[in-house]
Write a protein that binds this ligand. Structure first.
Ligand SMILES: Cc1cc2nc3c(=O)[nH]c(=O)nc-3n(C[C@H](O)[C@H](O)[C@H](O)COP(=O)(O)OP(=O)(O)OC[C@H]3O[C@@H](n4cnc5c(N)ncnc54)[C@H](O)[C@@H]3O)c2cc1C
Length: 401
């Protein structure tokens, strides 16, 4: 089904990225998963499609050639485009899609809270290639050892010193953490202010005291790099603090998640669709105990259930993105899209493994990879439990204890 049948813009982006995923991502997906290596060459060639590391800041023009209407009150299309693009790219490989778009995590707060000068500086730090000849990438460093879901407990501090802030602390599970040329790091500037005291800072690689740490070995999305980052009395000029003059502090990062969660939900849909299509092809072409697989009712019912869940997950993601594009509050819808997408990816990949039998247990089998990739979607960008807390609070006004 084509949800975008009435929009040539969305259909075009979906078709273009679907073809890119099929021709350029799928053929290298297994290798990058096995080697746990970022797809640096592909990241360079993807720039020709407008997939720059600053595309969140640049808006839709680079991807579609069409400018967004500058009137802030008019509906936008960026959230829906991002959702449509994410499903296609994650269908190709979720880890590679995160490598292609991981800098967007750091671009989002700069886009939402940065001044024009900060945006310009951030773009400058991300332009060109790094000393290894790789496309430059950015990282958003919020999570810490012991502080993932409950970000109000951040231990990293920023202490004012003349025209500078001095940042001290360690971050964990940071996408692009080892290779990033620029970081957006979150630190507590005023412990007595709680969440409102938490601020983001733009920090360039090479700043003394910024030490990228150990790269993690992961179950899934292995083409996307995840690492620790240490800040050992890193001096950052006060002009590089985001959100000056805004009271929101950490609350501003929560708003940001309302536009990124539908995208993450849509990536889960891409993984689920990949496994579903593999299974469907097999069911149509193979026999079980001497009769066509497609004649076994238990298998056909499983396919029907999978199709229902995938379509529902896709629609939730598009609904949440449509609301973001129309400037409507979408806290609950964004969480539903994220949580339902994650559940669907795990459900479909698990059932596909069961129905395919022992072949899918072989390391290097595509369904085995998608099964591993799906798990992370229940953890990052807010775990499944955290999404349910948000939904329940929207329903009742109460935080579940
Ligand atoms: C591959 C990967 C990439 C990542 N990339 C980034 C990144 O780029 N930048 C970044 O800052 N972070 C990143 N993270 C970190 C990620 O956001 C955290 O792992 C996530 O927020 C969960 O935090 P935690 O792992 O500390 O788990 P915890 O918060 O310790 O949670 C452990 C368990 O307790 C549950 N739980 C916690 N609090 C509650 C509650 N109040 N009610 C009910 N249940 C609760 C959780 O749902 C979970 O089941 C990444 C993580 C991974 C795995």
């Amino acid at each position: 089904m084509d949800l975008f049948h009435d929009s040539p813009l969305f259909t075009g982006v979906r078709q273009m990225l679907g073809a890119f995923a099929k021709q350029s991502i799928r053929p290298i997906a297994m290798k990058h998963d096995r080697d746990e290596a970022m797809p640096w060459d592909l990241m360079k060639s993807a720039m020709a499609f407008g997939m720059t590391q600053t595309s969140v800041l640049d808006g839709r023009k680079k991807l579609t050639g069409v400018e967004e209407d500058p009137d802030p009150k008019k509906p936008k299309s960026q959230a829906r485009l991002a959702v449509a693009a994410s499903e296609e790219l994650a269908w190709g490989c979720a880890g590679i899609s995160l490598a292609l778009g991981g800098s967007g995590l750091a671009c989002s707060p700069v886009h939402a809270m940065g001044t024009d000068d900060q945006k310009q500086e951030f773009r400058k730090l991300l332009s060109g290639v790094d000393d290894k000849g790789h496309v430059k990438v950015a990282a958003m460093a919020l999570s810490e050892p012991g502080t993932g879901s409950d970000i109000s407990g951040l231990k990293t501090t920023a202490v004012a010193d003349g025209d500078h802030w001095v940042i001290r602390g360690s971050k964990q599970w940071i996408t692009n953490g080892q290779s990033a040329s620029v970081f957006v790091v979150w630190a507590q500037t005023e412990p007595s202010a709680g969440r409102a005291g938490v601020r983001g800072f733009i920090v360039a690689r090479g700043t003394p005291g910024l030490v990228p740490g150990k790269k993690e070995t992961k179950l899934g999305i292995r083409a996307s790099e995840t690492a620790q980052v240490h800040f050992e009395d890193v001096r950052v000029h006060k002009d590089m603090m985001l959100g000056v003059g805004r009271s929101g502090g950490l609350a501003d990062t929560k708003k940001m998640l309302d536009s990124t969660r539908p995208v993450v939900g849509s990536q889960s849909v891409g993984i689920a669709r990949a496994a579903f299509e593999f299974l469907l092809d097999r069911v149509k072409s193979t026999s079980l105990h001497g009769t066509p697989m497609a004649s076994h009712q238990h298998i056909m019912f499983e396919l029907a259930d999978m199709q229902m869940e995938i379509t529902a997950a896709r629609m939730l993601a598009h609904r949440a993105a449509w609301m973001a594009d129309h400037h409507l509050e979408n806290v609950m819808e964004a969480s539903m899209a994220k949580a339902h997408g994650a559940r669907t990816a795990q459900y479909v990949t698990t059932r596909a493994m069961v129905l395919l039998g022992e072949e899918a247990l072989e390391p290097g089998h595509p369904v085995e990879k998608w099964y591993r990739d799906a798990k992370i979607y229940d953890i990052f960008e807010g775990t499944g439990q955290i999404q349910r807390r948000i939904i329940a609070k929207q329903l009742t006004g109460h935080n579940p204890t």
